[in-house]
Ligand binder design. Structure first.
Ligand code: UGA
Length: 425
């Protein structure tokens, strides 16, 4: 099948390359000339493990081509995936400007029957909006169908998630479109959920919000455990082994970040409010998440004698999680802002993010030299297996604040470090 992917971000690029792996011919369309030029040359404009090699493989084999020629791309392809961004609007709702722009272009250039698939995370009702916008912009009534097919890949493990999904959700009212989607995904061995577009759109928000809920639950519980000197990791293990609960997304830390959970939880809260049925559980999820970095900073402050003024703090990790260079809504930046407000002297490090800020150091050693404390804010493996014996003499005071509960606390205590994690007793 000739497939067009509109939007060459994480989701679009990964989806396109996965379809190449399954033998399809892909065109990637983006209005950003720099992205297109980079991709044409086989180079990825973001960091995602494994994806660069796949891009090289399929650009060289011409299984995927990139363009910014909207009209030609729409006319030549039969299935069009919309993978553009849906940023958070001022009122918390998802901003559909980019999705509507794509729908408008499709309406203007549609030349034969096509299946239009929304893969972007879009609010309930968007399939209907896309349908209307296409119809409004058509010169002649050419038939088309709209499908909701949300994506569940995670940054940092995008390739593996997209190659081996837990399920594929297809929301459409059209039997023709459903058959085409089944054919497209015929080599994927996972359950299929076939439903109406609205339900499919809701599944995506409900999934992200539920995962965010698990994280806020364990983070709030961690604060109680902290008071009771209980190790919250043992609680995660103890409850996670119950198959009804499951072990994933129960890691206490500094709160969830990224381009999805914060935005999507807010968007679902917004949708629910519009329906006059507020989702009080999710409102609490957001509250706990906002408080979590503050709770951790208070612990650092108390341990350092009640003030952070002129204290040198080494912050290890800027990305919102390991294996990505994405810093959107990263708890590290909440931490940084707060440390600067408290007049601390900040030094930062990240293996992938090059912020260009004057406080960023090239090496971990340089970052911790002269520090009164080091804070682990991103769960990069690089920070897990540090040579602590070498780190200690570089620091002014041997304090470790482990915002990800990832350091071997017994080992560092033996070496004479003072260690505080997130209820990691
Ligand atoms: C998330 C979902 O996991 C994907 O299924 C979804 O497709 C994606 O959003 C999306 O909507 O596009 P992502 O934001 O890439 O993926 O990253 P996650 O691995 O879900 O992590 C989100 C945040 O939660 C990170 O800040 C992470 O550090 C934090 N987290 C995760 C915890 O604090 N504890 C955990 O146990 C797990």
């Amino acid at each position: 099948m000739n497939i067009l992917i509109v939007g060459t971000g994480y989701v679009g690029t990964t989806t396109g390359l996965i379809f190449c792996e399954h033998g399809h011919k892909i065109t990637g369309l983006d209005l950003d000339e720099r992205k297109i030029q980079a991709l044409k040359g086989g180079s990825l404009h973001f960091y995602e493990p494994g994806l660069q090699d796949l891009l090289k493989k399929h650009t060289q084999a011409r299984n995927i081509v990139f363009t910014n020629n909207t009209e030609k791309a729409i006319k030549e392809n039969d299935v069009i995936f919309i993978c553009v961004g849906t940023p958070q609007g001022a009122d918390g709702s998802a901003d559909l400007t980019f999705v509507k722009n794509v729908a408008k272009s499709i309406g203007q250039h549609i030349n034969r029957y096509k299946v239009i698939v929304t893969k972007s995370t879009v609010p309930v009702g968007t399939a209907e909006i896309v349908t209307s916008v296409i119809k409004e912009n058509q010169k002649a009534p050419i038939p088309f169908d709209v499908v909701s097919n949300p994506e569940f890949l995670r940054e940092g493990s995008a390739l593996d998630d997209a190659l081996h999904p837990d399920r594929i959700v297809i929301g459409t009212t059209s039997e023709t479109a459903r058959t085409i989607m089944r054919e497209l995904y015929k080599d994927f061995h996972c359950p299929f959920v076939e439903t109406q577009p609205k339900a499919s759109e809701m599944i995506k928000y409900a999934a992200n919000s539920f995962l965010a809920l698990k994280i806020s639950y364990i983070n709030e519980l961690a604060r109680v455990c902290d008071k009771l000197s209980i190790n919250v990791n043992d609680i995660s293990k103890g409850i996670g082994l119950d198959q009804r609960i499951g072990p994933q997304f129960l890691k206490a830390g500094m709160g969830y970040g990224g381009s999805c959970f914060p935005k999507d939880v807010n968007a679902l809260i917004h949708t629910a409010k519009q329906q006059g049925t507020p989702l009080s559980i999710l409102e609490a999820v957001v509250k706990v998440n906002t408080e979590q970095p503050v709770y951790f900073i208070e612990k650092i402050k108390q341990a350092l004698g009640g003030s952070l003024q002129n204290k040198t703090i080494a912050v290890l990790g800027l990305s919102f999680k390991a294996n990505t260079d994405d810093t959107r809504e990263s708890p590290s930046f909440i931490l940084l802002d707060r440390l600067l407000e408290e007049q601390a002297i900040v030094k930062t490090h990240d293996p992938m993010v090059k912020s260009g800020a004057s406080h960023q150091c090239m090496t971990i050693e340089e970052t911790v030299t002269g520090a009164d404390a080091l804070v682990i804010s991103t769960d990069w493996d690089d920070y897990k297996h540090l040579n602590w014996g070498r780190i200690k003499p570089l620091m002014k005071q041997p304090n470790i604040f482990d915002g990800r509960n990832m350091v071997d606390k017994e080992r560092v205590k033996e070496l004479g470090f003072y260690y505080i994690g997130v209820s990691n007793h």
